[in-house]
Design a protein around this ligand. Structure first.
Ligand SMILES: C[S@@+](CC[C@H](N)C(=O)[O-])C[C@H]1O[C@@H](n2cnc3c(N)ncnc32)[C@H](O)[C@@H]1O
Length: 447
């Protein structure tokens, strides 16, 4: 592929003997891969799992289509294999408070959520509004329960979450050199000075992230670029200016240590890792894991409290009684616009924050009734729902297109969780032998 001359010269000087195989790798195809979703219950899933990825439990090489039941229902997430190591390195423990600061479209957030098993708090933030909408779609499809999804700049965020998180992931906006072979367009934005410009922004983001980290907490920093200015040199800058140490990262086949000589020579940079496309089965990536050495207490914050009116609460309870089994009853309720949400009581007061989702949408508040939310169908365990209806693959084609489906005329009227091959795909309302379609208009497609 055509690469900028300045880019080639730079890596010729940096890589020496490795240069030719590095450059040649840009003419190879990128690897496709996907992750299956550990948050979803067992179902009749059709995926080729014959090529597992060694460093992530649910990762496999192979291509998946966006127009399958598995994808629509959130049983699978398509992700480049190098990107799959980042959440594994972050290794959140269920119960942790985790911030994914640069989160869209949601590859790492969905991965983190799977590792957290819906325990603890995941805050996923994306600064660009359009991308934040895609982040919402992906987290909801994945069935993450009660994530807080924000559309903020790091500076505003740090005022609301002082010394709050156990772990923060900065998957930084970068010059994207590692994605050149996947996305040829990215070479057009590149110039000799671009990595240095990106580094300025990265330092600003890191500085705000550090304010939000609990003393003793961990910071995971990753990029998809080879540029030392955005990789080792950012970590060297953190070590020089803040109280942190690097933590070693396990290396799998083809992963190599970061290069101290590409920064200030600090040997601690050997704990960082680089994924080079001529050495590793994936695109270019850099990952560092840092531990805060500062002591002191985490700050107390004012938490969000429920705000649902007595009337809405009563309607929700009635809806639950009619439609859910006894053990499913979210009771931290927030009215937000026309929607009723379940939220995680650990979240701070949301005033002054641009909130995409305060938690999981439960339902639309209508006059004297609740209409269950699509996102709830993808997050709920089918055992918690009283009425479940199974449709076949042909009916699913019609469902995602927005059509109604004819069902047994004897079925009683009301809300049903719709499944296809035991995968939850939405809620529908049965009326006189017709299953009315509530699949969101914006998500509809033709198979
Ligand atoms: C590498 S991408 C994130 C990919 C994502 N973590 C995933 O795995 O799907 C970096 C993100 O940072 C966002 N970003 C850009 N400028 C930013 C800033 N100043 N602060 C925070 N995030 C920013 C971009 O919009 C982009 O979505």
């Amino acid at each position: 592929m055509q690469l900028p001359e300045d880019f080639k010269n730079k890596y010729h000087d940096l890589l020496g003997d490795d240069y030719q195989s590095f450059i040649d790798s840009f003419d190879d195809d990128s690897y496709n891969a996907f992750r299956t979703n550990p948050l979803k219950p067992k179902a009749d899933v059709h995926l080729d799992r014959s090529r597992p990825i060694a460093y992530t439990e649910n990762g496999y090489y192979g291509k998946v289509s966006g127009k399958t039941v598995e994808h629509q229902s959130g049983y699978v997430y398509s992700q480049e294999p190098s990107a799959m190591y980042v959440a594994e390195v972050a290794n959140p423990t269920p119960g942790d408070k985790v911030l994914d600061l640069c989160a869209a479209p949601g590859g790492k957030s969905t991965h983190l959520a799977g590792l957290m098993q819906n325990k603890g708090l995941l805050v996923s933030n994306e600064i660009e509004r359009g991308r934040a909408k895609v982040l919402v779609e992906n987290l909801e499809r994945f069935g993450v329960f009660d994530p807080l999804i924000l559309n903020e700049d790091p500076k505003t965020l740090s005022k609301h979450f002082p010394r709050y998180f156990d772990k923060i992931l900065i998957d930084a906006p970068c010059s994207g050199e590692g994605m050149f072979r996947k996305n040829h367009e990215a070479t057009k934005y590149w110039s000799k000075d671009y990595p240095r410009e990106c580094a300025i922004r990265q330092k600003e983001i890191v500085a705000e992230a550090i304010k939000m980290l609990k003393p003793g907490g961990q910071l995971i920093y990753s990029t998809c670029t080879f540029a030392p200015e955005e990789d080792e040199q950012i970590i060297a800058w953190i070590l020089d200016n803040y109280d942190f140490k690097t933590l070693p990262i396990k290396k799998y086949d083809g992963m190599v240590s970061g290069k101290p000589e590409w920064a200030d020579g600090n040997e601690a940079l050997k704990n960082t890792i680089r994924l080079f496309p001529h050495l590793f089965k994936g695109d270019g990536h850099f990952i560092a894991k840092l531990q805060s050495l500062s002591s002191g207490k985490s700050k107390k914050i004012k938490h969000q409290t429920g705000n649902a009116s007595t009337e809405v609460r009563r309607e929700w309870e009635e809806f639950c009684k009619r439609n859910f089994q006894n053990d499913f009853y979210p009771h931290h309720l927030l009215e937000f616009g026309k929607m009723l949400y379940s939220f995680n009581p650990e979240i701070p007061n949301l005033n002054g924050l641009k909130v995409m989702r305060p938690g999981t949408p439960l339902g639309m508040i209508k006059k004297n009734r609740i209409e269950p939310a699509y996102a709830l169908a993808l997050a709920i365990n089918p055992h918690d729902v009283k009425n479940v209806i199974e449709i076949d693959d042909n009916q699913w084609d019609r469902y995602v297109h927005g059509d109604t489906i004819t069902v047994d005329a004897k079925l009683k009227k009301g809300w049903y969780l719709i499944q296809c091959r035991s995968m939850n795909i939405g809620f529908g309302k049965v009326v006189n032998g017709t299953l009315k379609n509530f699949f969101p208009k914006g998500l509809r497609f033709k198979v």
